[in-house]
Write a protein that binds this ligand. Sequence first.
Ligand SMILES: Cc1cc2nc3c(=O)[nH]c(=O)nc-3n(C[C@H](O)[C@H](O)[C@H](O)COP(=O)(O)O)c2cc1C
Length: 368
Amino acid sequence: MYKIFFKLVFKRMDPEQAHHLAFRWIRLAARVPVLRTFVAAALAPRYEELRTEAFGLRMHGPFGLAAGFDKNAVAVDGMSMLGFDHVEIGTVTGEPQPGNPKKRLFRLVKDRALINRMGFNNEGSLAVAARLASREPVFRTVVGVNIGKTKVVPEAEAVGDYVKSAERLAPYADYLVVNVSSPNTPGLRNLQATEALRPLLSAVREAADRTVTSRRVPLLVKIAPDLADEDVDAVADLAVELGLDGIIATNTTIAREGLGLKSEPSLVKETGGLSGAPLKSRSLEVLRRLYARVGDRITLVGVGGIENAEDAWQRILAGATLVQGYSGFIYEGPFWGRAIHKGLAARLSTSPYATLADAVGADARKTA
Ligand SMILES: Cc1cc2nc3c(=O)[nH]c(=O)nc-3n(C[C@H](O)[C@H](O)[C@H](O)COP(=O)(O)O)c2cc1C
């Protein structure tokens, strides 16, 4: 049904407008108690065996919404209603900013991919913190807060900008993510170099600890798939050294490998980050590399090109405790979460593993 609807309605609309329309419906449905109970019962069934714990947080399952969809934390309950077991809001920057000029989001339907150069359009850390502070949650959902650098802040002053966001947002974050991997903020990805990343992560850790004394806010870093293998290793080693709680692999890619045969060449040439199916193999490769390096010392979150339960299962076997998705939601629609949960539960039941936690990294242990 969704596929027909997508073809008839969404596909004819500008992708960003379609996003806003769908978003409005989700928020509306989440505001009406009867509707939201009905939708959640239909689309977010709970499976006891999928219960997941990651960095001390308990979740209904391992599957969450990746950053970028709900940048300003306006639809956390709505996304939970659709079956996302955690919702990562953001990227939020220190100061509000409009992002890049439109048009900045492109659908490569035949490749089941998206290219975006949104450029962290968001209301800024003050406004988002105020929204989270006044939020009255309907569903018990884990809320991750993903922070990034304000575009006009020079690279040399990036730490201060992240610290500002961390101080404002950590009190409302179940976990915090330092995003240094979006391709659409000039210079951002240079912060992945360990000389820049070490002081940045240390300062954000310190800011979170200073602001929130009643609990330890888990801190994660999100990395790009375009890092060279040795740089992936270097980030992994740094994460262990600094006692980070998790690594999210991966953000979108600037590569265009494997594209252009199906989608229009003019679309393929658009600058920005590519997500969806073409990202699958590199994201999985980066995840495998990270797991080989850090094992169970750090929680890994697999994201990039997850389209179905089999993809999610493969990430878990490769070492991911949590999995996330964005582009798949655009192409699969509201039944996506339900399908992933159902498929994961089925895979677990026919696997040799008693729990989902036992399956995490099983592939690596087999080949060891
Ligand atoms: C339109 C769009 C906007 C995004 N914005 C952000 C963002 O603000 N911060 C971030 O960390 N990742 C952002 N991402 C990346 C996603 O969180 C995810 O890492 C990436 O899309 C790969 O997953 P997917 O293949 O399931 O989409 C964005 C992705 C898309 C498609």
